[in-house]
Design a protein around this ligand. Structure first.
Ligand code: AMP
Length: 190
């Protein structure tokens, strides 16, 4: 299995790149943001519980996302690997992910961090909100999501950097240019 964390602040292009990477490597894309939005859209009890938190740009509790990822990993044991997108977002989630993978006899190959300057992130997020209607893609909520990233999520990149597992790529440029950089970083993991 090839198990990768695709990492970076909101607006870095993780979702776009993850879709291209899963075609390239034939591995399963697990986006906790997509899964939570699906819960919200279905009107499930869980979806109702997380809706306000997501709308404010805050983080959903570790227990909820850990449970979602645990069940998805177990349900796709036959996959060639996983791209984790938007997860882990806290160091506690990072520990849990290592545990979940160990539970199926697997481990992470590494974390790839996409770096983009703050102002460009806000511009991209606001544009995505206008194009897609995603409710948490407004300038104000984007600031809050960036703050949550700085306060709680960036530490995950440091956690894996301490293990020599964090690899940084420049996220400014065309989608194709960034994709080539990501592929180079991922191919070097094997
Ligand atoms: P994303 O699509 O990854 O930007 O996620 C959208 C929103 O879903 C985030 O702003 C959080 O409210 C929530 N979310 C997604 N993934 C996680 C996670 N791993 N931990 C906590 N909250 C999450």
């Amino acid at each position: 299995m090839l198990n990768i964390i695709l990492f970076g602040p909101p607006g870095a292009g993780k979702g776009t790149q993850a879709k291209k990477l899963l075609d390239q490597y034939q591995i399963k894309h697990l986006s906790t943001g997509d899964m939570l939005r699906a819960e919200k859209a279905s009107g499930s009890e869980l979806g109702q519980r997380v809706a306000a938190i997501m709308a404010a740009g805050d983080l959903v509790s570790d227990d909820i996302v850990n449970e979602i990822v645990h069940s998805q990993v177990n349900a796709h044991r036959e996959a060639n690997g996983f791209i984790f997108d938007g997860y882990p977002r806290t160091v506690a989630q990072a520990h849990k992910l290592e545990e979940i993978l160990a539970g199926i006899g697997e481990k992470l190959a590494g974390l790839v961090l996409i770096v983009v300057p703050d102002q460009e992130l806000i511009d991209r997020i606001v544009k995505r909100g206008q194009d897609s209607g995603r409710a948490d893609d407004t300038a104000q909520v984007a600031q809050n999501r960036l703050q949550a990233y700085r306060d709680k999520t960036e530490a995950v990149a440091n956690y894996f950097a301490d293990k020599g597992m964090t690899h940084t790529v420049e996220g400014v440029g065309t989608i194709e240019e960034v994709f080539v950089r990501l592929r180079t970083a991922i191919d070097a993991l094997n």
